[in-house]
Design a protein around this ligand. Structure first.
Ligand code: GDP
Length: 187
């Protein structure tokens, strides 16, 4: 609860990107440890709280951080997200699907929308390539965006980078810990 004396910080993270890249699924994976193949997108505000143990430099002692995950909850189908959703957010994750090149090409426009509405210059940005379980399935070969291309785009925009799977959970918690640690390092 909000009264929990052991939680030292709350970090709000907004997650944006093209429809169907897996934003809700990754948030749900982190918040509940579960995955659903037939999630039905809902319209409206939706958020989850997750408590993560985040190592804080220089000692890297783990600190309990409440990560408040804001899911666009389907608004992105209208190609943009309400400005209030971004305003003041300390961290923004732009997600694409490693098996859908068009979602990777769209990252730049999601970044500029976020930058236009954040209202500050200090946000931590992370690029997240999701659905690596499909990319890596032996003999299937669905990958359309290489890890190298993801890393290069992230570096060009000063973003953290991670590849994830909401289905297997690969990379998900580590990515959010890295985002939370970067936000706390900036404070
Ligand atoms: P959103 O529109 O970006 O929130 O995407 P959703 O979370 O609704 O996911 C869209 C579809 O992709 C759903 O059918 C999910 O089950 C599926 N999905 C999401 N993440 C993954 C993943 O990492 N691997 C696989 N195989 N499917 C995924």
């Amino acid at each position: 609860s909000g009264m929990d004396p052991d939680i030292a910080y709350t970090v709000r993270v907004v997650v944006i990107g093209d429809p169907s890249v897996g934003k809700s699924s990754v948030v749900r994976r982190l918040a509940t440890g579960m995955f659903s193949e037939n999630h039905i997108a809902t319209i409206g505000a939706e958020f989850h709280n997750v408590v993560l143990e985040v190592p804080i430099p220089p000692e890297n002692a783990p600190v309990a951080v409440r990560v408040q995950l804001w899911d666009t909850a389907g608004q992105e189908r209208y190609r943009s997200v309400a400005p209030a959703y971004y305003r003041g957010a300390p961290a923004v994750i732009v997600m694409y699907n490693v098996c859908a090149k068009s979602s990777f090409t769209a990252v730049a426009s999601w970044l500029s929308e976020a930058a236009a509405h954040l209202g500050h210059d200090g946000a931590v940005f992370a690029l997240m390539g999701n659905k690596i379980d499909l990319a890596d399935a032996s003999g299937v070969g669905l990958r359309e965006v290489s890890r190298d291309d993801g890393e290069a785009l992230a570096a060009a925009h000063g973003m953290l980078f991670a590849e994830t799977s909401a289905k297997t959970g690969a990379g998900v918690a580590d990515a959010y810990v890295a985002v939370a640690a970067a936000v706390l390092a900036d404070e």
